[in-house]
Design a protein around this ligand. Sequence first.
Ligand code: NAD
Ligand code: ZN
Length: 266
Amino acid sequence: MAAWAAFGAGIIIMIAPDIKSAIEHLRRLIDASNVILPFTGAGISTECGIPDFRSPGGLWSKNQPIPFDAFISSQEMRDEAWRRRFVLEESFAKAQPGRGHLALASLYRAGKVPALVTQNIDNLHQASGIAAGDVVELHGNTTYALCLDCSARYALSWVKQKFDPHERAPDCPDCGGFIKTATISFGQSMPAEAMRRAEKLTAACDLFLAIGSSLVVWPAAGFPLMAKRNGAGLVIINREPTEFDGIADLVVRDDIGDVLGAFISH
Ligand code: NAD
Ligand code: ZN
């Protein structure tokens, strides 16, 4: 097993030496598990044409995010938030599930994955065939909008129609509240029900797959640790190192689609 070991700061990290070994090892872990919890981040969707945040060329290299209090306190910020959202619409609207999404949907159909936790906001897990009720979204969903006061739901096409004439973010026609994509911004409280479900799923799984997340955003980044402490196996698939590689049972630093593509079944 020497080929598997990379030594750093006194710890042994189980990094797959090549993609073939990675797939073989992952298959063994999946076969040996009954309840698998995938936890996905932006990296699973980059092959679908949606950039991640932190890679070079990622969304953050273009714009700093607009914090929640700025959105609430200024019409200009709401206008700007919607302007940026509509610029991204072409990528979001044409994105189709990638190989990673399809592989997880295959494991879901096979009964190995009861539900999935995601930091993504792109709706691609639902589009891959996982029931919306089984996709736990920690950061919400950007493919529709909600009134922040009465929770009325609005299609983006409706918001765009109201926005376009004067590039002005519309307010809720029912209650006058601000309308925002159904996402969680910095400074906005985490959705309590989604957090509760994610914790429960993490406690119940015997294999936790962290896929395409830099694992730096708390509290979401706490889940791999929680899974490990509960005795689950931990696999990290991400092309860059993460802070949790040292406690993982398997670290795969290859392309997500190339690795998970081997697990698609029809
Ligand atoms: P992140 O941008 O912090 O990290 C993504 C990680 O994926 C990076 O470490 C990168 O190296 C890796 N990666 C990218 N493409 C890969 C590939 N093809 N194969 C292997 N690894 C790959 O993303 P995050 O941790 O999910 O957190 C950022 C926040 O960004 C989340 O809260 C999410 O709400 C939001 N976000 C979502 C989307 C989306 O919905 N698709 C896109 C951008 C940002
Ligand atoms: Zn309202």
